[in-house]
Design a binder for this molecule. Structure first.
Ligand SMILES: N[C@@H](CCC(=O)N[C@@H](CS)C(=O)NCC(=O)O)C(=O)O
Length: 323
């Protein structure tokens, strides 16, 4: 156990190192950028924070195993190259800044929403160890979105707020069905993803290989980080399986994905002919892992491919702009 904790500390360092390198990496330009970040749980949201759908909080690579989601599990695809600002039809903030971990599924939900609505945003990559980029904030998780001076926290609250800004004449939010599946993403889907990313030694290595080749490491740091981080997360993923009563992580993953496809009931999207907030949430958390082994397996072994491709088309290119 002591050895695992040592590796965890190493992983924590890794997380901090690579977090800042994401924006400029070649991987980001190619459209795939898995990253690691780290989180522990158990802390409460400050009252400032607004509602939280899950109670996750605080960084560490080895999470306390009571509840929550380790950001270490976060993998991200920085979807596409930065593009010129494009206006959303009804909402064009002068300045939107997303404080994030590139790999965080909650951050990726928000990005999928912004991309879908062509809302231009800048990204500030937060160092998960010292979080110096969000020192100014009482809320210590990501995502935090600053829109023209207004701070928004918690991915679902952010999306609700943005939705209202984009649809000022139709503030009625999601249908019961949409709400149900948005909750399912936060309460179930993200927890199934985590043990899959580090399921086997080779998958853990695949993940960390990618992370470390695009982070800001010296040669020796990279080697240590790659093997140490992969080993640590391999062990953590086994604990997460137990915590969430998962016996076969791939089977659980496929089952979740099939459950989602069933929910579509033959519709193009849950929202019908265009994606609703549940479609965007599911897509947002899946996008980071799509090109890892687990994502490739997902497409080969479930019926999600057609919906996923439709979503890629609908969400389109990233509306992220250079900071
Ligand atoms: N309910 C929040 C959860 C956010 C969350 O747990 N974010 C993780 C990163 S994936 C985090 O910031 N953890 C705290 C930390 O890293 O210290 C949301 O939906 O935004």
């Amino acid at each position: 156990m002591r050895r695992v904790k040592g590796l965890a500390a190493l992983g924590r360092a890794i997380a901090g190192e690579f977090a800042g390198a994401a924006r400029t990496s070649a991987a980001a330009r190619r459209g795939l950028l898995p990253q690691v970040a780290a989180a522990t749980f158990n802390s409460r949201l400050p009252s400032f924070a607004g509602r939280s759908s899950d109670g996750f909080s605080q960084l560490t690579l080895i999470p306390s195993m009571n509840h929550g989601f380790p950001a270490t599990m976060c993998f991200s695809s920085a979807a596409s190259p930065a593009k010129e600002p494009q206006s959303s039809d009804k909402f064009l903030p002068k300045d939107a800044v997303l404080y994030q971990y590139e790999a965080c599924p909650f951050c990726n939900k928000v990005k999928a929403f912004l991309d879908f609505h062509n809302v231009p945003y800048k990204v500030v990559e937060v160092n998960p160890i010292n979080k110096k980029e969000i020192k100014w904030s009482d809320y210590k998780k990501v995502p935090i979105l600053k829109v023209d001076g207004e701070n928004m926290v918690d991915s679902s609250v952010i999306i609700d707020n943005l939705y209202q800004k984009i649809n000022p004449d139709n503030p009625a939010l999601d249908s019961e069905e949409e709400k149900k599946w948005r909750r399912w993403v936060d309460n179930h889907l993200v927890h199934v993803l985590s043990p899959n990313i580090y399921r086997t030694a080779s998958e853990a290595l695949e993940s960390f290989d990618y992370i470390t080749s695009h982070g800001n490491f010296s040669f020796s740091e990279r080697i240590i980080a790659k093997y140490g981080g992969a080993a640590a997360m391999y062990f953590v993923s086994k604990k997460l399986k137990k915590r969430h009563n998962i016996t076969d992580e791939r089977a659980a993953f496929y089952e979740a994905v099939e459950t989602w496809v069933d929910a579509l009931k033959g519709r193009q999207f849950l929202g019908g002919s265009s994606p609703n907030l549940a479609d965007i949430s599911v897509f947002g958390v899946l996008r980071p892992i799509r090109h890892l082994q687990s994502g490739r397996d997902m497409v080969s072994n479930t019926r999600i491919g057609e919906w996923y491709n439709r979503m890629e088309g609908a969400v389109g290119e990233s509306s992220r702009i250079k900071a």
